[in-house]
Design a protein around this ligand. Structure first.
Ligand SMILES: Cc1cc2nc3c(=O)[nH]c(=O)nc-3n(C[C@H](O)[C@H](O)[C@H](O)COP(=O)(O)OP(=O)(O)OC[C@H]3O[C@@H](n4cnc5c(N)ncnc54)[C@H](O)[C@@H]3O)c2cc1C
Length: 486
């Protein structure tokens, strides 16, 4: 039996481990932290349950496909509820509420801009076509060659790789609030809408067409499910076990070193951040230089606050976006001239609004996220300064006092991303999906310098986000099984 060692236990690593175990590999996971899940771990304290990272369950079909590949259903592991409303957006002088179906979303669009629902249905129809192509054809290819992007469907849409989402949205909608609403989903891809090919409008179908879901108990339920599945398949998981070296002899991987011991394997797959994974190799075995990494466009880092309130809050939904300031300026401060934002947009979720298991009765669990440029200076003073900005704006826009009701507070920022995940520059969501960083133009799944060494996760293909990480694990496992069967 061939043995594979998987570094890390985020979504991509757990996915790769499950597929490899199913293909008959003996699989061991080595995770540096004390619990599995990587960026999707959980914080449970004083009666509050927080997802530390991801909170939007989008593209339920990808999760269904993952579990179906093992003869399972998501409902074997967790209860999934469709959120209605999906989310609420706060602007300076109004709010937009996104319902759980196209009819109600169209009504809301009409309220803001008369005649806009016709354009919206047309736009989402196109986005659905792109979703079918992207998810069923393009995304399942391993990013080894430019020809993978060339299908009879993508040839017909080649112009959409050279126009941007921003241009497409602005052509159809005049009201700036609707423009922001439709540009929001591509932020998950980690780049500015004005730098994201319009083909990626399939994210708008994921949003309005497929809806926003919530696993009861939070996103960590998916991690628990994948851990159980991996263990059912025979995967052995070691926590508190950082890989300190990837061992190589004569250009062939030998295994890893962890906690002072060598662990031998036929294959090593690293789901840890790609740049860090390469630092575990001797210099001659690294594929990408420091200057390569430095020149990439990263998805943002984040300043996060996990807040427990001693009361239920008013005028909020499960997911809330605060788009009451200028997105263009904030985006420039993330991507073009990295600095702490002058007037940031932010996002807040209150899972206890729809899921009683996330907080004690009568209390509220709140997660605040401010996107910031990776690599910024991170000090307690800066965190506090932004906490005050965000809370003041939140109080004004939701018309309530919350400061005195805070009974729990923890923060997480650039330094924590580096320390806890070995993240390059403290990025939160990996490498952005710009045109120059798509598919075969991303760091490779397979090492070109070390035989039987592979990589997976949000810095390689297909890109950032939970569903792409599940796919990344499958892609790398398929690549390995194909190598063996050659
Ligand atoms: C704040 C935040 C909000 C997000 N929101 C969403 C969302 O709402 N929806 C969505 O779809 N996506 C979201 N994402 C993105 C999503 O969480 C990630 O894309 C995904 O979890 C990445 O999984 P991964 O396996 O690539 O990496 P990770 O989860 O980072 O896993 C890598 C693992 O490797 C481990 N590791 C690192 N170095 C070593 C070493 N030397 N030895 C052993 N182990 C090591 C790390 O500890 C970690 O467990 C969010 C991310 C963040 C941070």
């Amino acid at each position: 039996m061939k043995k594979a060692i998987v570094i890390g236990s985020g979504f991509s690593s757990l996915s790769a481990a499950c597929y490899l175990a199913q293909s008959g590999f003996e699989v061991e996971i080595f995770e540096k932290n004390s619990t599995v899940g990587g960026r999707a771990r959980q914080l449970v304290k004083d009666g509050f349950t927080f997802d530390i990272g991801p909170s939007w369950y989008w593209m339920p079909d990808i999760f269904d496909k993952f579990f179906a590949d093992f003869g399972k259903k998501t409902s074997d592991y967790y209860q999934l509820d469709k959120l209605n409303p999906a989310y609420k957006i706060f602007f300076d002088d109004d709010t937009i509420t996104i319902g759980d179906c196209m009819d109600s979303i169209c009504d809301e669009f009409e309220r803001i801009e008369s005649g806009s629902s016709k354009h919206l249905r047309n736009f989402i129809g196109q986005a659905q076509e792109n979703y079918d192509i992207a998810i069923n054809k393009v995304v399942l290819r391993p990013g080894l060659s430019p020809f993978e992007l060339v299908t009879k469907e993508t040839i017909l849409k080649v112009d959409q790789f050279f126009k941007t989402i921003s241009q497409e949205v602005r052509k159809r909608f005049k009201n700036p609030k609707l423009v922001s609403t439709l540009e929001f989903p591509v932020l998950f891809l980690g780049a500015k809408p004005s730098n994201t090919p319009s083909f990626y409008n399939f994210m708008n179908f994921a949003d309005f067409g497929l809806g926003t879901w919530h696993p009861k108990g939070g996103m960590y339920e998916i991690i628990k499910a994948m851990k159980s599945l991996a263990e059912e398949l025979g995967v052995i998981i070691h926590t508190n076990s950082p890989a300190t070296n990837i061992l190589v002899s004569d250009g062939q991987v030998l295994g890893i070193r962890s906690n002072g011991k060598n662990h031998i394997a036929d294959y090593v797959i690293s789901g840890a951040d790609y740049h860090h994974s390469e630092t575990l190799l001797d210099k001659k075995y690294r594929q990408y230089s420091e200057s390569y990494w430095n020149k990439r466009t990263y998805a943002p880092s984040s300043l996060l606050f996990y807040i427990g309130f001693d009361k239920k809050l008013q005028n909020i939904e499960h997911h809330n976006l605060f788009f009451d300031t200028d997105f263009e300026v904030h985006a420039q401060e993330i991507y073009d001239e990295p600095k702490w934002p002058s007037d940031p947009l932010f996002y807040v979720n209150f899972p206890s609004k729809t899921d009683a298991s996330m907080a004690i009765d009568g209390q509220e669990t709140g997660f605040f996220l401010v996107p910031i440029a990776p690599g910024l200076e991170d000090t307690p003073e800066l965190r506090e300064q932004y906490f005050d900005i965000v809370i003041d704006r939140f109080e004004r826009l939701t018309d309530q006092q919350i400061k005195k009701s805070i009974i729990f507070k923890e923060s997480f920022c650039v330094n924590d991303f580096v320390e806890q995940y070995n993240s390059y520059k403290g990025n939160a969501y990996g490498m952005a999906n710009t045109l120059k960083q798509t598919a075969f133009l991303r760091p490779n799944l397979k090492s070109s310098k070390v035989k039987n060494l592979f990589f997976t996760g949000q810095l390689t293909v297909p890109g950032p986000g939970v569903p792409p990480s599940l796919i990344s694990g499958k892609l790398v496992a398929d690549l390995i099984t194909k190598t063996i069967n050659k």
